[in-house]
Design a protein around this ligand. Structure first.
Ligand SMILES: Cc1cc2nc3c(=O)[nH]c(=O)nc-3n(C[C@H](O)[C@H](O)[C@H](O)COP(=O)(O)OP(=O)(O)OC[C@H]3O[C@@H](n4cnc5c(N)ncnc54)[C@H](O)[C@@H]3O)c2cc1C
Length: 385
């Protein structure tokens, strides 16, 4: 599956923008655990974060394939899109299920960069991957819903105005089906910070601006309910396919970065009187990483093409995410090995990218859960959980 040549200029302009944010920039942020404010502002100004917003709302109305190419190029340039990727993947829920009024109210401001939609509040401490067991409730009271509960790993919440929030609006028992009773809200955090909404940062092994969030009688206007009450799980699932495809594209970018670094180093590093890359013991792991990356890239392209054609893509989005996350992690490990001791030195950026890409076999969905999905939904095996 080859990519259309139309994307070459987009790829080139992302590369050009990223060249202004070299390794020293990311190293400093990593040391300080600081948010990439300038990088996110530059991407916003260039319109890349509004790639999926239709032109009528001020975005560029690009396809999922183009959005994936943008995220891939960011990672392949050595930058880190984790500070802002949610604006792309949360967009599908608002576009596909938001009302005309909601889209008119929020999308132009997001496209201009006046509003950030960077937070996605799904995971909770007690339910983890078992989303249907989440406990945060939203109870209708007059013109509002009142939210109580807790989220964890809500990344970028301190740097976002809006959060796409999944909460239970009908208790699990009386709900019609297993998946009914959850609803999605577009929460304007600016209005409720300090009024029941508390955000606490969580320090992690990489610079990720993730947080835990506490809701105590937080009021959300009923107008901010997306789609129909109780149907939120279905909406979120289609958004999760977008998330998996875009993060898979980021992993492809990471894998390309590691492979480029390793190849260049293997050519220039001379030990025992010859380049280390002349040894099959060094070149085979690089070649193997390349083969794995290319195979994963094909699946990412297929998943993106299915998504943008509006067809069912759950299996492909999951397989793309799985293959790409494995490919980037294998490439990261290979890159450290190829560099020997220098793979551990901060100034080579390899150890930083190694820590950053490790996340993606766990989040946004872990490998085991992807394999369970394939076993059940593609292979027809009994549900294991
Ligand atoms: C840095 C970071 C950023 C994140 N950002 C966000 C965010 O912005 N928004 C958000 O909502 N979430 C976010 N997450 C949460 C992320 O999606 C979850 O961590 C992930 O889905 C795994 O859930 P869990 O951590 O609760 O693990 P658990 O569900 O507790 O699972 C733990 C382990 O057990 C395995 N396991 C569990 N059940 C089964 C089973 N039935 N069969 C086989 N294996 C099983 C899992 O595969 C996993 O390896 C983030 C996480 C991290 C670490």
């Amino acid at each position: 599956m080859s990519e259309s040549a139309d994307l070459a200029p987009i790829r080139a302009s992302v590369r050009a923008l990223c060249a202004n944010f070299p390794g020293e920039y990311w190293r400093r942020l990593d040391r300080e655990r600081a948010y990439p404010e300038e990088f996110v502002a530059a991407l916003t100004e260039a319109g890349f974060l509004a790639a999926l917003i239709p032109e009528e709302y001020g975005g560029s109305g690009l396809s999922m394939t183009a959005a994936a190419a943008i995220m891939e190029e960011i990672q392949a340039s050595g930058c880190n899109g984790a500070g802002c990727h949610a604006q792309m993947y949360t967009m599908g829920t608002l576009l596909r299920h938001g009302s005309a009024e909601q889209k008119a109210r929020y999308l132009p401001a997001i496209a201009r960069g006046d509003l950030r939609l960077q937070a996605f509040g799904v995971t909770e401490p007690t339910s983890g991957t078992d989303t249907l067991s989440l406990r945060t409730t939203a109870t209708r009271e007059g013109d509002s819903y009142v939210v109580n509960g807790q989220k964890i790993w809500t990344s970028r919440a301190e740097h976002s105005d809006l959060m796409l929030l999944l909460a239970r609006t009908t208790p699990r028992e009386p709900a019609k089906s297993r998946t009914a009773g959850l609803s999605v809200f577009l929460l304007d955090m600016r209005e409720v910070k300090g009024k029941g909404l508390t955000i606490r940062p969580i320090r992690t092994m990489m610079n990720h601006a993730t947080t835990e969030i506490f809701f105590e009688n937080v009021q959300v206007p009923a107008d901010n309910l997306i789609g129909a009450e109780g149907e939120g799980f279905r909406y979120i699932l289609s958004g999760m396919n977008a998330e998996r495809i875009l993060i898979a594209a980021e992993c492809i970018g990471d894998a390309k970065w590691f492979i480029d670094k390793a190849t260049a180093y293997a050519r220039e590093r001379v030990i025992f009187g010859r380049p280390i890359g002349q040894n099959q013991g060094v070149q085979f792991p690089i070649a193997r990483a390349y083969v794995g990356m290319r195979a994963a890239e094909l699946m990412v392209r297929e998943a993106a093409a299915l998504y943008e054609s509006g067809r069912e893509c759950g299996a492909e989005a999951n397989m793309a995410k799985h293959l790409a996350a494995e490919a980037s992690w294998a490439a990261a490990d290979m890159c450290v090995q190829t560099h020997g001791g220098f793979g551990f030195a901060e100034e080579f950026d390899i150890e930083r990218k190694f820590r950053e890409t490790r996340l993606y076999t766990v989040a946004p969905i872990s490998t085991n859960l992807i394999l369970s999905y394939i076993a059940e939904h593609v292979l027809g095996l009994p549900r294991s959980y």
